[in-house]
Design a protein around this ligand. Structure first.
Ligand code: APR
Length: 230
């Protein structure tokens, strides 16, 4: 059995758009309806904890009704042919539910809660709400296990390691607006082909060999497979 090439995916909100989960910066995106600094930042949490809890409770309930789309499933299927590592900015569990096995969540996970006093205390809560007064075993308020604006991205070092060893790199459904995640492309060897799957124009740092697939996730992953002769 020959060694499988390492195919690394960097996915963003557009990956889950066809599953009915809103993106952030498209027209009609989440940040048009909510002030990101009120509901997705550490200062927002300190200012109005209950509003933040409600925001993520709504998103968890929406996730329970969503299902993986053909794009998620197509990426899971690529594991037959490649050593696939998914680095996602998404906090949904749709890559997992589609069957992908190596997934790194840069911005946390909706289906987990964590102690607001001890970040090592993380709990699987599925799609259940987190309410004011829900406490960890040390008595502090539970919070969403999400990386908020103003907080560090603990998984970034691991993500850089994975991206630097990519032999094929696929960017799908992200506007590459948010750092440090967007900076991952810079760690990909300039020898490596970068496939960009997005219905819009997305700027990718210069010096890369970019093959644009101007499609949504489902159609785009199907095109990717033909380009990979699968
Ligand atoms: N298929 C693929 N891509 C799509 C689709 C689709 N059906 N629909 C929209 N897109 C693309 C958009 O063109 C855009 O480039 O998905 C991208 C979504 O960009 P953003 O809304 O900025 O989402 P993302 O890049 O993931 O945001 C990064 O910002 O708000 C924070 O923490 C949050 O992880 C998020 C981060």
């Amino acid at each position: 059995m020959e060694r499988k090439k390492r195919l690394v995916v960097l996915s963003g909100a557009g990956m889950s758009a066809e599953s009915g989960i809103r993106t952030f910066r498209d027209s009609g995106g989440l940040w048009e309806e909510y002030d990101v600094m009120e509901v997705a930042s550490i200062t927002g949490w300190q200012k109005n904890r209950d509003l933040v809890l409600r925001f993520y409770n709504e998103r968890r309930r929406q996730l329970e009704k969503a299902v993986p789309n053909e794009g998620h499933k197509g990426l899971a299927d690529l594991e037959k042919y490649f050593d696939v590592h998914i680095i996602t900015q998404n906090v949904d569990n749709l890559h997992e539910r589609a069957g992908s096995t190596k997934i790194l969540h840069l911005h946390g996970e909706l289906t987990k809660a964590r102690s607001s006093a001890d970040p090592s205390l993380v709990y699987d809560i599925g799609y259940r709400d987190i309410n004011p007064g829900d406490r960890c075993e040390k008595g502090s308020q539970l919070r969403p296990h999400i990386v908020w604006f103003g907080e560090p991205v603990p998984a970034m070092d691991e993500a850089v390691q994975i991206a630097s060893q990519a032999e094929i790199f696929v960017i799908i459904g992200t506007s590459l607006n948010v750092y440090p995640a967007a900076g991952l492309v810079n760690y990909v060897s300039s020898e490596v082909t970068v496939f960009l799957i997005d219905p819009s124009e997305v700027y990718v740092p210069a010096g890369r060999r970019v093959e644009v697939i101007k499609e949504g996730a489902s159609a785009g992953v199907a095109v990717l497979k033909t380009k990979l002769n699968l």
